[in-house]
Each structure stands twice: as structure tokens, then as C-alpha cells.
Design a protein around this ligand. Sequence first.
Ligand code: HEC
Ligand code: HEC
Length: 191
Amino acid sequence: MKRKTLALSLLLSAAMIGMSGTVFSDDDNKKGGFLGNWFGGNKPGVAAIDNPQYLEECGSCHFSYQPGLLPARSWKKIMAGLDDHFGENAELPAEDAKVFENYLTKNAADHSSYKRSQKIMKYMQPGDTPLRISKTRYFLKEHDELSRKMVQDNSEVGSFSKCEACHTQAAKGSFEENEIRIPGFGRWEDD
Ligand code: HEC
Ligand code: HEC
């Protein structure tokens, strides 16, 4: 190969590697695969909750969301606004609030080696601070085939916030497709 051609092909392959890092791929790479293992993002789902007090307190009104479902900056914002938390007062004693905030930010999606956490971050714009998991770009992309009948108008679901209504293993941090059952509709068959 001539020097000029070699330099050009090196440049091209570098550009391609750079591109493949930013292009949104729909290939979920189920088992982690070569790149998944290489970058450490091969643990499936999100890390399970290992703080019983968090599980109880933040699970008293709804599903206890795993820290790895949002970035640290989102958890900080949520914890700073508990007096008006989606229209409800979810205030906690200051000491408890501090403990939970530490737990949430330490285990947040942007500090996690779990695959779903990394996906959530991959699809998020750098400046985004979503207060809802169900409004993150990754979530919206994954749930865009569901109808109102299955969610909002489904008396056993009601809202996308109710992860555990459809994801039977959500409490373990597992959201695999073969574990999905939509109440009144059954198993989710994707094609
Ligand atoms: C007093 C009841 C109550 C308590 C306690 C509570 N929440 Fe909530 N939370 C709500 C309501 C209501 C919503 C909105 C649910 C909906 O839209 O269906 C919500 C929504 C959320 C969401 C967004 C879910 C989504 O759609 O992605 C997160 C995240 C959240 N809560 C975190 C927490 C954390 C962390 C704690 C503990 C510090 C907590 N919540 C405690 C009532 C509560
Ligand atoms: C009404 C049922 C329903 C609710 C509620 C719901 N999901 Fe889902 N979710 C689905 C379905 C169905 C899919 C698969 C969509 C597809 O493959 O096209 C899915 C896919 C996913 C995926 C991707 C799984 C994979 O292997 O690709 C994740 C992660 C996920 N949901 C997390 C959540 C979280 C977190 C919540 C709560 C904030 C939630 N879901 C609420 C039905 C639901």
C-alpha cells in the first residue's frame, strides 16, 4: 500500500469507529457480546435494591424504583423537591432524605455497569435531567408500540410509572422481554 492510501484508510477506519460509538443501534446485544464484555456493561437489567429502608419508604406509594434507572443529577432534583412530588407531599425527615440521596446518587445510572442503566444514559442528552424514568428517551423508544388501551385506559395499569404491572421481575431489576405480561393482554410478543 502506498503511504497516502494507508493514511487515508486509517483515517476512514478511525472515523467509522468513532461513528459506531454515537449511532443509536437497535441491536440490544442480549448477552453483552464482545463490546458489552469489553466495556463491562454485560450485567443484565439494573442493579437490585439493597437498602431495605429505601425499599420501604420510597416504595410506600409506588414501585420502588432502582437507583440505576436515572442519573445522579435527576435523583438530586427529585430529592430536593419531595414537598411537591408529582402533586403529592413525600417529605422525609432530613436525615433519612440525606441517606437515600447518597444511596441513589452512588448507585445511579451514570455510575452503573449494568446494561439497562448504560442504555438509559446512552440515549440521554448531556444536559437532560428527567424527573421521570418514563420520560427518558430510552424509555420512550422502548415503549412506543404500546397503546392507550394497554396502559392509561387499562384499569390494572393506569400509567407507565407502574413498571411492576407489566414487568413481572421488575423488583429484581430485570426487564427481559420474555418476562413481560400486560394485564388483560398477556405475554408481549415482539416481531
Ligand atoms: C406520598 C406518596 C409518594 C411517596 C412516599 C413517594 N412517591 Fe414517588 N411518586 C408519587 C406519585 C403520585 C408519582 C407519580 C406517579 C404517576 O404518574 O403515576 C411518583 C413518581 C415517582 C417517580 C417517577 C416515575 C416515572 O414515571 O418514571 C420517581 C422516580 C419517584 N416517584 C421516586 C420516588 C422516591 C425516590 C421516593 C422516596 C424518596 C418516592 N418517590 C416516594 C408518590 C410518592
Ligand atoms: C403497560 C406495560 C408496561 C409498563 C407499565 C412498563 N413497561 Fe417496560 N416494556 C413493556 C413492553 C411491552 C416492552 C417491550 C417493548 C418492545 O420490545 O417493543 C417493555 C420494554 C422495557 C425495557 C426494555 C427491555 C428489553 O429487553 O429490551 C425496559 C428496560 C423497560 N421496559 C423498563 C420499564 C420500566 C423501568 C418501567 C416503569 C418506569 C416500565 N418499563 C413500565 C411494557 C411495560
